[in-house]
Design a protein around this ligand. Structure first.
Ligand code: SAT
Ligand code: MN
Length: 575
């Protein structure tokens, strides 16, 4: 793809009033932010309390990723598989061209050259996002490496083209709304063979920051399939034991299941240290040493605000102390931010995410309200976070939000059983995507909304990747969210999850006693020192009947993939 030619084509199609090429500087960031403040699209927070930070309020109809509007337009429908929306690429392109025709009238088209991964990493991927949303530009500044340096490097690299519009052209003199969007015509379309993305009508999160779910997961998963690596919805974190032994762990959890808190865990056991590489996406390649090496393609956090507190994620609170961008949280009368679960009572005169005085009993911050902040601001950023070769992964965790059935932790006996654990991942719905919160949905590898090809082929890819001379990471299933019959959580979670990691460390070192169960290997014991009233038996119990039901559910689910569901997993299910 030729950049100049594509730019000219997109300019002719979208018909913006102006084109602006982003340089990625601090000066640019604040200039764009201040322009938005002037026209009421952004609120500058109190510079004494929260320096260089802003608050955006979205349109209430544009508050989360919308999976029903998300399409994978591969040439063949079977290549998109039963879990993705699909339309014939030619027809979809026609539809898109109609929508994009003149969609940026009265607006600026920002050209955002960006790189997913460290600039010098052989595993990184270059891209360009065209967008008429200055809010998307600000987010891309923290979430990716973007600007002049990338533009210069683009001469020697192929890139993924992405075009994004909020879908609200302005006529001359027309006043813009503070969050323009076009929910009736929302479409987030991926052409995996072309590595291209077209996104229309939404300014929120994964719909609008094309580097994140669109490129680094949906498009990258297809590239990874073709080239023999992994693009996964996983955090990466480095953990050092009191003895000074360090292991890196990658972990997949569905959106809004505590990935960010886990990636930045503050251990409650003395002597343990956690350093964060990434909280959402891992690109993993096999090294010459046979180990799996991971980079975080992103450069920042786009995390769920509610529930982030001194108790759940003190390191994130430090990171958010300045240079942060907030979306849909509440505003305090002194110009700072507030959300449910921040750990302080709501102040008098609080303004809700809707921009009106907050009424007790209603959400002050939207449940999917977010913060955007550079990874560099994290006080526990791993020293190897920028390493072009990445970090070696010793263990992979799959976790969901399950009140019942799934034990606190189990270890897979084999790569194959581990792949089945990933494939069987299920979770109660959260507010990160539209849908009924609380309902259990199967979310294989936490990739259901993010796998850019047939999920059956994706399972086969995982199995294939485990073959040959490799030092395979061990695989675990975890569930921090189990409840007792009174509906109370059995496990404190957060910093106490280090106790589960401690057992995993012991297993990796060839120690750590275990017992067999149909769900996998369970710990015989956990270090519960300093904790009271933990019902470890309940946390680790496997109800045979309930587990069999779980397996039956999975078998039924597997039928959707027909002959694309790998035979090996079928037989693993029947064991
Ligand atoms: O896709 S988003 O980036 O909006 C958030 C998520 O679902 O993890
Ligand atoms: Mn995510």
């Amino acid at each position: 793809m030729n950049l100049q030619k594509w730019l000219a084509e997109m300019q002719a199609l979208c018909k913006p009033d102006r084109i602006y090429i982003c340089d990625g500087s601090d000066e640019e960031y604040h200039r764009i932010a201040e322009e938005m403040v002037k026209c009421g699209a952004l609120i500058a927070l109190n510079p004494t309390l929260r320096p260089r930070s802003y608050l955006a309020r979205s349109n209430p109809e544009d508050v989360a990723r919308t999976e029903k509007d998300t399409f994978i337009c591969s040439q063949q429908q079977e290549d998109a598989g039963p879990t993705n929306n699909w339309e014939e690429p030619g027809l979809m392109l026609q539809r898109l061209k109609k929508l994009f025709d003149g969609c940026m009238r009265g607006r600026t088209m920002y050209v955002v050259p960006y790189c997913m991964g460290p600039l010098t990493s052989p595993f990184s991927y270059f891209a360009v996002q065209l967008t008429d949303s200055p809010y998307a530009v600000l987010n891309m500044r923290w979430m990716t490496r973007m600007g002049s340096e990338v533009l210069a490097l683009l001469k020697d690299h192929s890139f993924s083209p992405g075009v994004h519009s909020v879908g609200v052209p302005l006529s001359p003199g027309e006043k813009d709304s503070s969050w323009p969007c076009n929910p009736q015509n929302r479409l987030i379309v991926h052409f995996p063979e072309e590595r291209s993305v077209w996104s229309f009508g939404s300014g929120y999160g994964g719909n609008a920051l094309l580097g994140k779910k669109c490129l680094a997961l949906r498009i990258a998963s297809v590239i990874a399939r073709d080239e023999g690596w992994f693009a996964e919805h996983m955090l990466i974190t480095g953990i050092t034991s009191p003895e000074g032994k360090k292991h890196y762990i990658a972990a997949a959890f569905p959106s809004a299941c505590g990935k960010t808190n886990f990636a930045m865990l503050a251990p409650t056991l003395p002597g343990w240290k956690v350093e964060c590489v990434g909280d959402d996406i891992a690109w993993m390649h096999w090294g010459a040493d046979g180990r799996l090496w991971a980079i975080n393609p992103e450069a920042g956090f786009f995390g769920v605000a509610p529930g982030t507190s001194e108790r759940t994620n003190p390191n994130m609170l430090r990171a958010l102390a300045s240079d942060a961008l907030f979306t849909n949280v509440a505003l305090t009368p002194d110009g700072d931010v507030w959300w449910e679960g921040i750990g302080t009572p709501p102040p008098q005169g609080l303004i809700s995410w809707l921009g009106v005085p907050w009424q007790p009993g209603t959400p002050a911050a939207h449940p999917n309200s977010r913060f955007t902040v550079s990874l560099k601001r994290s006080p526990i950023c791993d020293p190897a976070a920028e390493s072009p070769t990445g970090v070696p992964i010793s263990a992979i965790l799959f976790g969901g939000r399950r009140a019942h059935v799934v034990p606190l932790v189990t270890e897979a006996h084999s790569w194959r059983q581990g792949v089945l654990m990933g494939a069987m991942l299920s979770s109660e719905r959260t507010a990160a995507a539209e849908g009924l919160v609380g309902e259990i949905r199967r979310d294989p590898f936490a990739m259901l909304p993010f796998c850019g090809y047939n999920m059956g082929d994706y399972f086969a890819h995982w199995l294939r990747m485990g073959q040959g001379e490799k030092k395979l990471p061990r695989i675990y299933s975890v569930n921090w969210f189990r409840k007792n019959s009174e509906g109370q959580f059995l496990w404190p979670g957060f910093g106490d999850n280090i106790r589960v990691i401690k057992w995993i460390f012991e297993r990796l070192e060839g120690r750590g006693e275990s017992m067999e169960s149909s769900a996998g290997c369970l710990p015989k014991d956990l270090d519960l020192s300093g904790l009271q009233g933990i019902d470890l038996k309940a946390l680790l119990s496997v109800d045979q009947k309930a587990w069999e039901h779980e397996v039956e559910e999975m078998k039924r689910y597997a039928e959707r993939f027909k002959d694309r569901f790998p035979q090996e997993l079928q037989s693993e299910l029947s064991l």
